[in-house]
Design a protein around this ligand. Structure first.
Ligand code: ATP
Length: 591
């Protein structure tokens, strides 16, 4: 697979249409607070573009100075040029500063809003989109929007001003020159653009082929032990040779086109420069223009050609920025979860009533079918069943990460859908199988369960979770930085931090997702001890693979293909000699 850079992940350019402009208009609301600074920036842009044109026309006047008027003229032109340089300098500085000021502020607010939106979107959104791709895309889209305000727009407008300003100036100076330039330049520029684009495409193909060949090397070397074990060396060499041949072929083709393009540029660009000078010189000879005007004519036609050439790229950047805006505003327009307000204290009575469910990205594939069971406050319920039976999905519904497609989940007799989401979730805590700690210290990680908890409460929770001792042995105790860039904790230690986090939240409902399955028996014992403490007096749902941990559960729900096959406690289920539970147990306990 070829690798893609972050910028490739960004949104594609879009056609400029009513719809895309409408989306872009959304950006205006972000621009509004900075409109005066941005407006001043635009004015400065116009001033600097016009003054750069003017600068060259006055430079041209230097050529027309004669011996007789040298003393007066040179001073006048020098003053004008100095004045223009000062104007140009100040205007360019202000333009860059004001545009960056606007862009940084607009983009900071946009990023803040996009992040706030993303974290409040329902799970459905994340199961439809791959998170890595989403972050890369948002990052590159926002960069593209920033570039719009700093450079793209500026370049685009400057190019317009230069093209039309040059035409206006030349028309005023000598209209024949304009006709000549307009007859020659656009043709050459268009031809160069089309040819240039083709060369770029071919060079991209060559790079792509190279990336593919590199991937083969990486794959083979990374799995070198497997390659050798399967005596796959010759196969790998053949695979590489095919890719390598393509790299060479594409590289040669690239060289051919690039060479052609260079020759083209030499012939046409130099040719048109010579043509412009030749034509100008003939006008000078005919006494129609001065040599100063010839210089202006020459410089201005070069500036115009550069602007015409740049216009296509700028236009492409504008389209890309519109695409980026569309995609970011698409996210901002998504429907967030409704967090709701208020507090609820649930007692832990839970009832599933004919609950059926399918994940939103696969609505035709039911994951849970007609699930009904009732749990009383403080009971321990275990979900067991083969892989893919729907155990974790049940916990997702309990956490209200998704809504049932049909049926109801009642808490204390009330349909949970009618409860404010955050108030409901305050009553539920989860200890997942794979605990991810946030960057920050241990204290902050435990406090995640109750943001306003005191230090004493944190220590208390850690003690209950049998985590206090190991925390005190860490270099900075509770202030030890953990997470991606901090001290690495063992699986069991991380789990005890997660248990402390659940303790401090003090929920009436607990969800344990195979919390001890990834641990060795020593750390499993301490985690199990902590969990036993945590479960006391709370309704607990355990997703269990190892049946030994749930022998004492009040209810065991045996799932298969999204349906409840059996329900009872360990001894009841063991009585059914044909049952799935007994079958699973016989595999694990050899009974
Ligand atoms: P395991 O013991 O292997 O973890 P499980 O019993 O917990 O399995 P679930 O994870 O609930 O099973 O999965 C049930 C079904 O739902 C599977 O077919 C799975 O492919 C599908 N599924 C799980 N999560 C998603 C998701 N986010 N989007 C779409 N389908 C999913």
């Amino acid at each position: 697979m070829a690798r893609r850079s972050a910028s490739d992940e960004g949104s594609k350019p879009v056609k400029i249409s009513k719809q895309s402009l409408k989306q872009a208009a959304g950006l205006l609301s972000y621009l509004r607070p900075y409109r005066f600074r941005f407006g001043l920036g635009l004015l400065m842009l116009a001033v600097s573009s016009v003054s750069s044109l003017a600068l060259f026309t006055f430079v041209g006047d230097l050529f027309d100075i004669t011996k007789d008027n040298f003393a007066t003229e040179i001073r006048k032109i020098a003053m004008i040029l100095a004045g223009l340089l000062v104007v140009q300098t100040i205007a360019s500085f202000l333009r860059v500063y004001l545009f960056s000021y606007t862009a940084e502020n607009v983009v900071a607010k946009l990023k803040q809003d996009t992040f706030a939106k993303l974290v409040s979107l329902p799970m459905r959104y994340f199961s439809e989109k791959r998170v890595g791709e989403l972050t890369a895309r948002v990052a590159s889209d926002i960069t593209s929007i920033k570039e719009t305000f700093t450079t793209t727009l500026a370049t685009f407008i400057r190019e317009f001003i230069i093209i039309f300003g040059s035409i206006a100036f030349l028309t005023w100076s000598n209209w024949k020159m304009v006709l000549f330039i307009l007859g020659v330049l656009p043709l050459v520029v268009i031809f160069a653009l089309v040819f240039g684009r083709r060369v770029r495409k071919i060079s991209k193909e060559a790079q792509q082929a190279n990336a593919e060949a590199t991937t083969v090397i990486e794959e083979s070397l990374q799995a070198i032990a497997t390659v050798k074990a399967f005596t796959g060396e010759l196969f790998e060499i053949a695979r590489f040779s095919e890719k390598n041949r393509q790299v060479a072929a594409k590289g040669i083709r690239n060289g051919l086109f690039t060479g052609g393009f260079v020759s083209f540029l030499i012939v046409f660009m130099f040719g048109s420069i010579i043509a412009v000078i030749w034509y100008g010189a003939s006008l000078v000879a005919a006494g129609e223009i001065s040599s100063g005007q010839l210089f202006e004519f020459f410089i201005i036609s070069i500036m115009m050609a550069a602007s015409m050439g740049g216009l296509a790229d700028s236009f492409n950047s504008v389209q890309k920025a519109l695409g980026a805006t569309e995609s970011v505003f698409g996210i901002l327009g998504e429907q967030s979860e409704e967090p709701g307000t208020g507090e609820i204290r649930l007692n832990g009575n839970i009832e599933f009533k004919n609950v059926s469910f399918a994940y939103p990205d696969k609505p035709e594939h039911p994951v849970l079918k007609n699930i009904s069971f009732r749990v009383s406050s403080g009971e321990q319920v275990a979900f067991v069943g083969p892989s893919g039976a729907g155990k974790s999905t049940l916990t997702h519904l309990l956490l209200r990460l998704y809504k049932p497609v049909s049926g109801q989940i009642l808490a204390g007799g009330t349909d949970t859908v009618s409860m404010p989401l955050n108030a409901y979730r305050q009553n539920v805590a989860i200890v997942p199988q794979e605990v991810i700690l946030f960057g920050g210290n241990i204290r902050e990680n435990i406090r995640y369960g109750k943001p306003n908890a005191t230090d004493e409460e944190v220590t208390e929770a850690a003690k209950k979770a049998f985590a206090h001792d190991f925390i005190m042995n860490l270099p900075d105790g509770y202030d030890t930085i953990v997470g991606e860039r901090g001290t690495k904790l063992s699986g069991g230690q991380r789990q005890r931090v997660a248990i402390a986090r659940a303790f401090i939240k003090d929920p009436s409902i607990l969800v344990l997702d195979e919390a001890t399955s990834a641990l060795d028996s020593e750390s499993e014992r301490s985690v199990q001890q902590a969990l036993n403490e945590l479960m006391k007096g709370r309704t607990t749902f355990v997703v269990a693979h190892r049946l030994s941990t749930i022998r004492n559960a009040d209810k065991i729900i045996v799932l298969e293909k999204g349906e409840i096959k059996e329900l009872g406690d360990h001894s009841q289920l063991m009585e059914n000699s044909e049952g799935l539970y007994r079958h699973l147990a016989s595999l694990q306990f050899r009974v």
